[in-house]
Design a protein around this ligand. Structure first.
Ligand SMILES: [Zn+2]
Length: 136
């Protein structure tokens, strides 16, 4: 999946949900958020969608993690259904979910700052890997 497709998916999602707020979009998609101990993930059970959120997460990274899991819900239906630990797509789906989270939260890289990758990662509270993926 290319970045443009993810951008278009986000645009349509915001239009259909009538809001760019993460919680509005999650409720529009009829996804239930549940607390969890030690990990965050997306899953579908008996035709209902759930995002489990690690309740040990530091407050300022919660929106990114929530948006990342929403990214899986929206972008990776197939991969989640057919999840296999041997899947060669595992890394690319993680990157796509990170990119989705970055964009849906309205984050952007300001090139005039001329920061290093690690400085941008710190500034935007995302991983260096996410910054690298967005930049190339
Ligand atoms: Zn993920």
């Amino acid at each position: 999946m290319i970045k443009k497709e993810i951008d278009d998916t986000i645009k349509n999602l915001i239009k259909n949900a009538g809001s760019s707020d993460l919680y509005d979009i999650i409720s529009y998609l009829d996804i239930t958020i549940k607390p969890c101990q030690g990990k965050s993930f997306y899953c579908q059970l008996n035709d209902h969608k759930y995002i489990y959120m690690d309740n040990n997460l530091v407050e300022n990274i919660k929106p990114f993690v929530l948006a990342h899991e929403l990214g899986h819900a929206v972008l990776h239906k197939e991969e989640i259904y057919h999840y296999s630990p041997l899947s060669i797509n595992k890394t690319s789906t993680e990157r796509e979910a990170d990119y989705f989270a970055f964009r849906i939260l309205g984050k952007s890289i300001d090139p005039t700052l001329d920061y290093t990758i690690s400085q941008y990662a710190n500034l935007l509270a995302v991983s260096e890997d996410t910054i690298k993926y967005i930049m190339n």
